[in-house]
Design a protein around this ligand. Structure first.
Ligand SMILES: [Mg+2]
Length: 234
């Protein structure tokens, strides 16, 4: 069952007497539209080394922003890091699977004439493969080549302006608190965290200030959440 976090319950009751209009939904790709196949912890360790990985992890309880950490490395070291990341992503592509409920949710959004966009920190090649393999198209679909990337609100604001809608008429859905929810919040959009395993209920996240507006454990919970909390009339 979809849960509404306490923060929004309060806001919704006092400041939003009518249901908000929803004109678009923007999805993260890896772990949201596709089943998680990339072992991010192993990837970070391979890039950073064990000691550095542990140090950075301790300093960043909500998660490591690997692209940010390598941004200021020397060109040679950075090149090697990008190759390691690309290697993990490539292995992920071979086992790519669509997330249960994703196709049905897209059908629901299409029926309601709600736009669908995509923002990923993965490369364009992976987005192209995703589009081809599953026959679902998202537009705009922004990949790592679009700068700045998530958690910067830039890509989401870009999509809103391409759609000619306001950020508060859009929902960002993703499985990463630090990237997807942060990007959505900073842009002023609604946010929905997909937490299939309940990992965000762990005490590690108790002191993390960032909270999504909604949290679901499956994409199949999203329709009822949208119908209950939003005005979906075209
Ligand atoms: Mg993800």
């Amino acid at each position: 069952m979809a849960t509404l976090t306490t923060t929004t319950t309060t806001t919704a009751a006092t400041a939003t007497p009518t249901r908000a209009r929803l004109k678009g939904v923007v999805f993260d790709m890896d772990g949201t539209l596709t089943v998680p196949v990339i072992d991010f912890a192993a990837m970070y360790k391979a890039v950073l080394g064990d000691d550095e990985y542990r140090r950075i992890k301790a300093e960043n309880p909500s998660g490591i922003d690997i692209l940010h950490h390598i941004e200021n490395w020397s060109p040679e070291k950075q090149q090697k890091a990008y190759e390691t990341i690309a290697d993990y992503e490539r292995r992920g592509l071979d086992r790519l699977q669509i997330m249960p409920g994703a196709a049905e949710l897209c059908g629901f959004l299409d029926a309601k004439k709600i736009r669908r966009g995509l923002i990923t920190r993965n490369v364009k090649e992976a987005v192209d493969l995703f589009h081809q393999r599953f026959g679902l198209t998202f537009g705009p679909a922004l990949s790592r080549e679009f700068r700045p990337y998530k958690p910067d609100p830039g890509p989401l604001l870009h999509i809103c302006s391409a759609w000619e809608v306001l950020p508060n008429e859009v929902m960002m859905i993703g499985d990463s608190l630090k990237d997807d929810v942060a990007c959505g919040k900073r842009a002023g959009a609604f946010t929905c965290l997909l937490d299939e395993t309940g990992r965000y209920d762990s005490p590690d996240y108790a002191n993390v200030d960032l909270k999504p507006d909604f949290k679901v454990s499956s994409l199949t919970e999203v329709y009822s959440l949208l119908e209950e909390h939003f005005d979906l009339a075209p």
